[in-house]
Design a protein around this ligand. Sequence first.
Ligand code: FES
Length: 157
Amino acid sequence: MLVFEKNNMTDEIEQLVNKYGKSRSSLLPILQDIQRKHKFIPDFAQQEVARLLDIHPVEVYSVITFYSFLNTKPKGRNIIRLCQTITCDLAGKENIAKAIERELGIKFGETTKDNKITLEYVNCLGMCDQGPALLVNERVYSKVTPEKAIQILNEIK
Ligand code: FES
């Protein structure tokens, strides 16, 4: 079964290499497509991308770890990212974090047991004049209060 899945993954990556081309500049779009489909980039996929692009697996891994939207482990179906950069920190990020953690019973960096929500800190989301800023999946929320954060959670729970 695992071999079958691995073959599928190899086929999938071969198709992506055909789509984007066999060059170093194809690495990021290929990884983004794998991430979009599987929600993370498994070890085997990393090895196959490296093999098919003829680059070192460490290079693939370092690109994944550089970008916060690429993951090596499965995450929750919803990802809540709270800006931890100075302006949002001064605007009350800590109170938002506490309210969210209390509501979900997990800490930032963790995923709920039902795999529904992952909490992460991120750096500046470009909304510094309207902090604290929260990115829920692809949507940015500004001037978030603890009450608004709970309301947002209830909408995705
Ligand atoms: S510091 Fe939080 S959005 Fe810029």
